[in-house]
Structures are given as C-alpha cells and as structure tokens.
Design a protein around this ligand. Structure first.
Ligand code: ATP
Ligand code: MG
Length: 440
C-alpha cells in the first residue's frame, strides 16, 4: 500500500515528558484514553472514494485525531503561553480564551499565560501595548460577554519582529485566534520559528463568522450569528407583512461566502429571496430579481429579502476597489443599492410599495456565543492545548466529519470554503425560499 503523507502535523521534537493528566491507554481503566499520533480519521466519508483509493493501493487521506497525548513536549511549570486575537469580532472568542487559560493552568500547570493586546500589533514593541497577564481568576466570567477581552486589529506586522518578541518574552506557545488572515500570519510566524530552529509551538483556532475556512465542519461563532439573525428576520417579516406590498431587506455578513444568509433563510422559512456572493444574478430582465420580486408581491403582497454583504458586487459601477488595513476588499453596500433599485423599479411602473432596510451586522458579530457555540469553543480550546503541549506546531484544531482533529494551517488556508451552488445545502435554501434556481 502506498504511503500517504498528506495532512501531517509538524512536531517541535520528540515528546518525552509524561503528561500530568491521569488517563490510561487501557479501555475500562479510566474515563478517557490518551490519543496516539497514529490515530487518524478518514478525510472523505464517501464509500465510493474509499473503494477507489484501496483499488489503487493508496492509503486514503486522513487527519490526525486530536486529544491528550501520553507524552508531552513542554513541562507546564517551565512554560509560558500567549494568546492573540485578530481580525473581526465573532461570537465565542472570550469562551476560547477562557478555556485555553483554564486548560493550560489546571490540566498542565502552565506557569504563565499572557494575552497579546490588539492582535498582531501587540507583538510589535514599537506600537507599545503591554501584555495582559491571564489567570483563571481574570478570565472566569468572560464567557458571558461578546467581543474579545484582548482587543483585535487588522493590518500587517513584520513576521521577524513578531518572532523576536516571542523570543524576548520567553514565550513557548502561541495560540492565534482568527480567520484566514490570522491563520496565514500564524503559519508565517510558525515557519520563521522552525527556520530559526526555535522551540515555540504555534496553534491556530479558526474564527470566522462567515464559516469560510476550508475543510472544517464549521468555525466557532458562525452558528450564533444566524441564531441572532433569525429573530431579526422574523421581525422584518412582521414589518413587511404589515404593509401593502411591504418589503424588508435584511443585510447579513458574508464577504465571499454566503453561509450566514443561506443558513438564516433555511432556518427562517419566511425569507422569500436569499442573495449570496457565490450567486450570479441580474436585477433587470424577464428572469431577473426585480421581475421575480414583482411576481411575489402580486401574489402575496409582501416579501422578505436576505442579502449577504458580498452579494451582487458585479452590480456596482467599476470604480476603484478600496481595501482595509489587512488588504481585504471592502464591499459596496448591496443593501442600499437593492433598496434604491427596488424603489426605482416599482415607482417606474406606478406600483405602491414600502421598503424597510435593516443592517444588523455589528450587533450580530459582537453577540455572546450561544450554547452550541460555547460548547464548540470549549472543545476547540481543550484540544488546542493538548496539541500545543505535545509540541505540535503550525496546526489548527477543528471538527471535521464531526470528529476533533489537528490540521496543518497551510491546508486550511489554501482556499476559502464557499457554498456549492450545485450542492444539497444550497438546494435546501432554494426549496425554503421558493426563489427560482436562476435569476439571470
Ligand atoms: P476575519 O474573519 O475577520 O477576516 P482575519 O484573521 O482573516 O479575520 P485579517 O484582518 O485579514 O483578519 O488578518 C488578521 C491579521 O493577520 C492581520 O494583522 C494581517 O495583517 C495578518 N496577516 C494576514 N496574512 C498574513 C501573512 N501572510 N503573514 C503575516 N500576517 C498576515
Ligand atoms: Mg479574513
């Protein structure tokens, strides 16, 4: 059988220290067992693909199962860990910080844990932010709040300077909580560390409200985001329904991937149209959005439209694209454009309508995590700590195929996860809204 080295996790060295966690490898002896590095989870759960691998005599792709290792690399009492949060806010960041601190302190007896303030900026001494000492007492209540107690930022920092800061502060483990940008940054830091022959572990915990990190089942905070969006859409429906030819447009987050908008539409069947960035649609023309909207109003006298912030960007005139400090393209406001175009269209045909435009984006992203996201955040933090203490580096922790695994950062940042316009999830969203398959 041919070897398969895909998705291998790098280790800083041979883990030789006996874990202070009291577990057993023998089933029946204890409540939970240590996990071996060789314990792997199949990447592709389609039976047909497994057959095909075996027919070609190749070991199928798999991911390393996460969890506590019997032998670890860092001795807690000599270890300093650091936590940094970057990019946009997302529900659950404080839950992750809290559980990282608790696990490091109580499971492994880690001596010192510091918070890096305001994202990667906090690793640049020239900016002059002081580290925040993190103790169980300091973090015990923070899961109650949205946002991040460490602060966040965008904008690039010199990788070499950031590694120097880790070295100068005797940091052994860096936990980076953030989206694609943060993870690319973490990988760059981790690679520089390996190139310098240093023994500092770098771990990523994928945070993106848009759920656009590739391979993984979901990123934390994503579920809370459509949980918070659903009652807003319910109330928007009341507004639309309460007026003759009433319409409500709700703009939700989703820069390049429309998972929040589509999930909200699927959870809230009062949504009649959902527009996502992955979708190619036109406003005008006999199959266009406006004509479909008119049909809907003629039959039901109201309509609810959910639009992701990155949808319909092709409808804007080709003026200069602007970017944020991290180089992300800043989208034009599709919600406002829709409202204007809808109004102009119905005014032109003398049809009396009312339009309400609602943009709850910032309320959603700063909300505290719901119960299921809190559960997920805690699991992620515990698994991240086990992996880092075992000396693994340049990895992220996530659930894939409903199992917790370690993945090389480089593998999850190759491309963004997007809605498959020919897949079952999008088909579900179309069935729920009743909108046509194509509006071109
Ligand atoms: P969000 O989900 O909010 O987009 P994000 O992590 O993608 O989160 P960004 O602002 O894009 O947010 O990036 C966070 C940080 O990572 C920024 O400080 C950015 O400069 C840094 N970063 C991004 N890519 C790299 C890279 N290749 N090397 C070093 N740093 C990087
Ligand atoms: Mg990003």
């Amino acid at each position: 059988m041919k070897k398969n080295d895909n998705f291998r996790i790098t280790n800083l060295g041979d883990p030789k220290i006996i874990s202070p966690i009291h577990l057993s490898k023998t089933i029946g002896d204890s409540i939970f067992n240590f996990v071996e590095d060789t314990d792997r989870i199949l990447a592709d759960v389609k039976l047909k693909n497994l057959h095909s691998s075996l027919e070609h005599d190749v070991i199928p792709d798999s991911y390393e199962r996460s969890g506590p290792r019997e032998k670890i690399f860092f001795k807690g009492e000599n270890t300093t860990a650091a936590i940094v949060t970057c990019g946009g806010l997302c529900p659950g960041i404080n839950n992750v910080i809290r559980s990282l601190v608790m696990a490091l302190h109580y499971f492994y007896g880690v001596k010192r844990i510091v918070g890096i303030p305001y994202g990667y900026e906090g690793l640049n001494p020239e900016v002059g932010h002081d580290f925040i000492e993190l103790t169980p007492d300091k973090v015990k209540d923070i899961h109650e709040f949205g946002g991040t107690i460490l602060g966040s930022s965008r904008g690039g920092q010199d990788v070499s300077v950031m590694v120097d800061t880790l070295v100068n502060n005797k940091i052994d483990i860096l936990f980076a909580i953030g989206g694609d940008g943060t993870l690319k940054g973490a990988n760059a830091i981790g690679t520089e560390i390996l190139n310098r022959g240093l023994k500092i572990a770098v771990t990523g915990i994928p945070k993106t409200i848009d759920n656009d990190i590739d391979i993984i089942d979901k990123s934390f905070g994503f579920e809370t985001s459509f949980d918070v969006a659903c009652p807003i859409v319910r109330d928007a429906h009341n507004e639309a329904d309460g007026a003759y030819n009433g319409m409500a447009i709700v703009k939700l987050m989703g820069r390049d991937s429309g998972f929040i908008a589509a999930s909200t539409a699927l959870s809230m069947p009062v949504v009649n149209f959902v527009l996502v960035p992955e979708m190619d649609f036109e406003l005008e023309g006999e199959n266009g959005f406006l004509e479909n909207l008119k049909k809907r109003l003629n039959s039901k006298k109201h309509a609810v439209i959910v639009v992701a912030e990155g949808a319909g960007q092709h409808l804007f005139k080709n003026d200069e694209a602007t970017t944020d400090a991290s180089g992300n393209i800043q989208h034009k406001d599709i919600g406002i454009l829709l409202k204007e175009k809808i109004k102009a269209y119905f005014d032109a045909i003398d049809m009396k309508t009312t339009i309400k435009y609602i943009d709850p984006s910032y309320i959603i992203r700063s909300a505290p995590a719901n119960a299921n996201d809190s559960l997920y955040c805690n699991h992620l933090a515990y698994h991240a700590v086990h992996g880092a203490m075992a000396g693994k580096t340049n990895f992220v922790v996530a659930s894939v195929n409903n199992r917790f695994v370690y993945l090389p950062i480089a593998d999850v940042t190759k491309k963004r996860k997007k809605i498959n316009m020919e897949g079952g999830f999008w088909f579900g969203a179309l069935q729920s809204t009743g909108q046509p398959f194509s509006m071109k």
